[in-house]
Design a protein around this ligand. Structure first.
Ligand SMILES: NC(=O)c1ccc[n+]([C@@H]2O[C@H](COP(=O)([O-])OP(=O)(O)OC[C@H]3O[C@@H](n4cnc5c(N)ncnc54)[C@H](OP(=O)(O)O)[C@@H]3O)[C@@H](O)[C@H]2O)c1
Length: 264
């Protein structure tokens, strides 16, 4: 797939993987509609790619509100008319044991990672199926394939993303719409710093795994290659993250023991 003149809506575009995707796709000639909460963050990204002959618009949206976002999403995509590719990269993490985590943490994480994805998909799907073309990309995680300690809210939401995308892919397979689920391992972004603690407040500090992770630019390049190759699902990780989803399928008990033995 050639991205020149494609119209790509990226959520989570103000930071990390979403921002890196925006910059890489703009460099390949794609027009961008950028969403997240921070208008200033989105304008900074849009400003950095404007002037290269592409169109870059911003549409601030908060996916955490738990309300019907239909009017807001329709207004956002109306300024762009056609959306060829939706990349849902908005996301929030959490770190707390099941015993300690407040139930609101589970709802807050599901709202952004899962219900926000559904709302965005429903906003673009009718135009994609009627045109018989389009691509929907959801950023899940290795944590959407393998659960581990302290990640129950996050992992649950990412498993839900994988399940939703499998169902969607089956439904639209004959309607010209491609669905890609991306499962990254550790990527060096603000994800751990913004992760919710047991009380629902941001932790405010990163982790050594995230700091030692893949660069967001590298992850973005691999996501773009997977879109171009029309893949259904891709794991983008090094080390144990690369093999854990496969081990989970072929020898789940062994993998479960390895995960239980880790400190994190
Ligand atoms: N980094 C990793 O190791 C890793 C690994 C696997 C999967 N992922 C997934 O990759 C995706 C991108 O994360 P990242 O690593 O790039 O983290 P990040 O740097 O924290 O970026 C998260 C993005 O989501 C947006 N966002 C957060 N809450 C939002 C809300 N309520 N409404 C709208 N937008 C919201 C943020 O923008 P605003 O603050 O402006 O709203 C930001 O643009 C997430 O789905 C994450 O779960 C990351």
């Amino acid at each position: 797939m050639n991205f020149r003149d494609k119209r790509v809506w990226i959520t989570g575009a103000s930071s990390g993987i979403g921002r890196a995707l925006a910059k890489s796709l703009a460099a390949q000639g794609a027009n961008l509609l950028l969403s997240s909460r921070s208008e200033a963050g989105l304008e900074e990204v849009a400003g950095s790619v404007r002037g290269t002959g592409i169109e870059a618009r911003v549409a601030p949206i908060d996916f955490s509100l738990g309300q019907d976002l239909t009017p807001q999403l329709e207004a956002a995509i109306n300024q762009f008319q056609v959306v060829d590719i939706l990349i849902y990269a908005a996301g929030i993490s959490s770190r707390a044991t099941v015993e300690a985590a407040h139930s609101d943490v589970y709802r807050a994480v599901m709202e952004v990672n899962y219900f926000g994805l559904i709302a965005a998909v429903k906003a673009v799907l009718p135009q994609m199926t009627s045109r018989q073309s389009g691509a929907i990309v959801a950023i899940s995680s290795v944590a959407g394939k393998v659960g581990s300690k302290n990640r129950s809210a996050y992992s649950g939401s990412k498993f839900a993303v994988c399940g939703f995308m499998d169902c969607l892919r089956a439904e639209v397979h004959h309607q010209g719409v491609r669905c890609l689920t991306v499962c990254p391992g550790y990527v060096r972004t603000d994800i751990a710093r913004n992760a919710l603690a047991a009380d629902g407040k941001p932790r405010g500090q990163t982790t050594s795994e995230i700091d030692g992770g893949m660069e967001a630019d590298v992850c973005a390049q691999r996501i773009i290659r997977a879109i171009a190759a029309r893949k259904d699902e891709v794991v983008i990780a090094g080390g144990i993250g690369r093999w854990a989803p496969l081990l989970k399928r072929i020898c789940p008990t062994t993998l479960n023991r390895i995960v239980a033995g880790r400190q994190w």
